[in-house]
Structures are given as C-alpha cells and as structure tokens.
Write a protein that binds this ligand. Structure first.
Ligand SMILES: Cc1cc2nc3c(=O)[nH]c(=O)nc-3n(C[C@H](O)[C@H](O)[C@H](O)COP(=O)(O)OP(=O)(O)OC[C@H]3O[C@@H](n4cnc5c(N)ncnc54)[C@H](O)[C@@H]3O)c2cc1C
Length: 424
C-alpha cells in the first residue's frame, strides 16, 4: 500500500519512516521526511487517544471519583437491584451531570468527548453507573440544549445540573426497533396537551424528575405526528410503573411510565409539534456513542481484573499468565479494547468537531458491544471455575455486557444504519 505522509503525522509514530517495517522503499529518506514535516502538522493532527490537559484532568477526576465513591456501592447495588440515591447525589455534586451544559446554566461547560470519558471511567467499575450519567448527559441534557427554547433551557437545565435526574422515553411494548410506530397519544386541549399511553423500558425512571416523552399528535400522520414533551415527575396523570428485574445493569432502574390524561402545557413541547422524530433520531445518533463508551469501559474493567488474576493464579507451578495461550488470549482482548477505544473516541471527536458522525457512531456502538461481550466472556474463562461464581466480578461484567447489543438500537439496527449510509 502506498504510504502517504498523512499516515505518518501522528504523535510519536510520526518520527518513524513508513517503510520501517521492511516494506517498499519510500521516496523520502527519514531525514528528508522529517525536514518536510512541520511542527504545525504535528500539532494539528494529534493521535485520537492524546488528551488535552483539560481532558486528561477530567478523566483523572472521573477515575478517582469512580474508585473512591462508586466502587464501594457496586456489589451491594447489583445484589439489591437498586441504585443508591446518595451516589446519584454525588454525581451531581461532582459536576458529572451537566458535562456539556454551558456554565451560564450552571453546567461544567465541557465537551461531548468529556462526557464520553466519564461514561467510560464509570463503566469500567459499574455499567449501571455508566448508563445513569450516559442517559442524563448524552440524551436528556443534550436534547434540551439542542432543541429546547430559551425559556425551557432557563427552567430545566439548572435543575438537571443541580439535582434532577433525566430520563428519555421513546420505547413502548409494541414499538421497540420500530420506535416510530409508537401509540402514546397527545391531544391538544387549549394551551395544554393531554397525553395517554404507556412507555416501557425507561432507564433512570425510578429516580428521575424530568422525562422527555415521545407521543403522537396524530397517528394518521405516521412519524410526522411524533412530538417530544418535557414532563415533570409530579405532572398530573403521570406515574412510574413496574421496575424490571433484569439480567444485567441490575442497579440501573428500568421502568414503565403510565400516562393517564396527563396534562402537559404546550410550553413543554421540545422542538416543534410533529418534529419529535428528528429530536429522537438525532439525539439517539449521539447517544449511541455513549453506549459505545459504556461498553468500552466495561471491557477495560473486565480485562484489567482478568490480567491481574492471571498474574496471581498458579497452576503447574507457575502463574497462568506465563502460559502462551493465556498471554495470547489477553493480547487479543487488549487489541479489541484498543480498537473499541479508537472507534468511540473518533465518533465523539467527530461530533465535537461538527463533522458527520452518524455512521461512525453506529459502527462504534455495534463494535464496542461485540467487544464488551467477547472480552467479558473470555475474561470469565481466565478465572476458570471461580469466574462462574459471584466471588469475582467476572460474571457481573458478562451479565452487564449483554445490554450493549440491545438498547438505543439493537445491533441489527446499527447495521441497518451503516448499510443505508454506505449504500446510499
Ligand atoms: C435495560 C433496558 C433499558 C432501556 N432503556 C430505554 C430508555 O431509557 N428509553 C427508551 O426509549 N427505551 C429503552 N429501552 C428499550 C430499547 O431501546 C429496546 O428494547 C430496543 O430498541 C429493542 O426493542 P425491542 O425490545 O422491542 O425489540 P424488537 O424491536 O422486538 O427486536 C427483537 C429482535 O428483532 C430484531 N429486529 C427488529 N427489527 C429488525 C429489522 N428491521 N431488521 C432486522 N432485525 C430486526 C432485533 O434486532 C432484535 O434482535 C431499554 C431496554 C432495556 C432492555
């Protein structure tokens, strides 16, 4: 393959001539190439995984917080199937609930990429903690910033940053992958809408104070009737129903929402009436990168545990990490994790750069959820019989990994998106 200079301009690798691996001779000597490569080139195209000072500090803060404050809750929350409210309060206090929200509304004024870093770090220890901040940041505050009126932003963003957890309610019992076939109905009544119907599988619902709920103003209009509403938990006619008892991410609440003549002021329509499908699609395009980050963090966590175990566990008189089969297994999984990281970071950086990212986001979610499941499964095997028990975290990582292929669009739905974009 021809080796252009562009491929060489990436951090430390840039100093290496492109035929260093013994390929075809390059038309520039390394010295001549170096002379041609300006400092401007080197700084303008950084490695994907190179973090700015601000990103590095934020990542370190998220990691330290996760170690100190999330870790002690992980096992009891999984066992109880409950997310401890005091931990959610700490997410708010530490600024993890408005990462991208401008400082004018009380937020941290960070980037989407920084939210991704936090989701990855939290999910490394607990995918439930990861999804709590994922839904809040990449779906709820994100949609409000993008589609909300100034009055809505003034009213809701400071609360979402301070103490009010957000939830995002699109799915229904009969409308999952085919989300726009939803049946929840919104009828105008003077300056209000009256909503009726049920939403299913809503993450954060048990603890949330603000819900973005999708309903149709006219089923005859198909997807063009879908409208997004901001509904407060105490709205008349609104209630949170049954909580699911799940295989994985057991601490994260997943509940039904019940709308019975639920009265919502017209002022709470998010975006335009009949344009809720745009709110849903465009928010989910971004949210998928968050699920990629959740699965990336989970895979990292599983692999770190298995690597330490392999260095400690002795069989045949030596640590199992000294067997080449185990070494190669860990090396293959580490390669998967690295690829997942590159895809997730690239999609997030494309989004922050306001470049097209839809294909890369779908690919990242698809790939990272595959990686998470494979890494968690093989890491469990590294533990032998112990991995099959609750004495080690390996089985929890495997249980938690399954959700990556299901929510925010199943793997087939991601492939459908990618196929549409590559086939035109
Ligand atoms: C723990 C959890 C949390 C969730 N959180 C939320 C939330 O916060 N908000 C929200 O709105 N929803 C949420 N969901 C819902 C989730 O997004 C849906 O479960 C998901 O979109 C799949 O829909 P479904 O379950 O109805 O499956 P179905 O759509 O019935 O799919 C069943 C199978 O059919 C396949 N399939 C369907 N259509 C096609 C097709 N066209 N081509 C090929 N294969 C297809 C799917 O890939 C899947 O394998 C959550 C779900 C879970 C389990």
């Amino acid at each position: 393959m021809a080796c252009s200079k562009r491929f060489l301009i990436r951090g430390p690798v840039a100093a290496r001539p492109c035929n260093a691996g013994g390929g075809a001779a390059h038309d520039l000597t390394p010295g001549a190439w170096m002379a041609e490569t300006t400092a401007a080139h080197l700084t303008s195209v950084a490695p994907l995984t190179a973090l700015s000072e601000e990103e590095r500090m934020f990542q370190a803060a998220a990691r330290e917080f996760a170690e100190k404050e999330i870790r002690p809750h992980v096992e009891p929350m999984d066992r109880e199937g409950v997310f401890h409210r005091e931990l959610i309060d700490r997410f708010f206090e530490q600024g993890f609930m408005g990462v991208e929200v401008p400082e004018a509304y009380g937020g941290s004024g960070g980037t989407f990429f920084m939210a991704i870093l936090a989701i990855e770090e939290f999910s490394r220890l607990d995918a439930s903690a990861g999804v709590v901040i994922d839904v809040h940041n990449t779906l709820v505050t994100n949609a409000l910033q993008r589609w909300g009126s100034e009055a809505q932003k003034q009213k809701f963003l400071p609360r979402l940053v301070r103490d009010t957890l957000g939830a995002y309610a699109l799915s229904e019992a009969s409308a999952g992958s085919d989300a726009f076939s939803l049946a929840a109905r919104a009828c105008q009544d003077g300056d209000d809408f009256i909503l009726n119907g049920r939403k299913l599988w809503i993450t954060n619902a048990k603890e949330a104070g603000l819900f973005i709920v999708f309903a149709t103003v006219n089923p005859g209009l198909g997807y063009k009737g879908i409208t997004a509403f901001l509904i407060e938990r105490d709205a008349p006619g609104f209630s949170v129903g049954k909580k699911e008892d799940k295989l994985g991410i057991r601490a994260s609440s997943t509940c039904e929402l019940i709308l019975e003549d639920c009265r919502v002021p017209r002022a709470n329509v998010l975006g335009e009436v009949g344009k809720g499908y745009k709110v849903a699609i465009e928010t989910l395009n971004e949210g998928r990168i968050g699920i990629g980050a959740q699965m990336l963090g989970l895979a990292r966590g599983a692999l770190e545990h298995a690597t330490s175990y392999a260095k400690e566990r002795k069989q045949f008189g030596k640590p199992i990490a000294q067997f080449q089969a185990v070494q190669f297994q860990l090396a293959r999984l580490a390669t998967d994790v690295e690829a997942a990281r590159l895809m997730t970071y690239n999609a997030a950086r494309l989004k922050d750069a306001r470049l097209p990212f839809q294909k890369e986001a779908a690919m990242a979610k698809y790939f990272c959820s595959q990686v998470a499941e494979r890494v968690a499964s093989e890491c469990l095997e590294v533990y032998g019989g112990y991995g099959f028990t609750k004495d080690y975290p390996a089985e929890k990582y495997l249980r938690d990994s399954k959700i990556g292929k299901i929510y925010e669009g199943t793997s087939f739905i991601q492939l459908q998106t990618v196929a549409k974009l590559i086939l035109g």
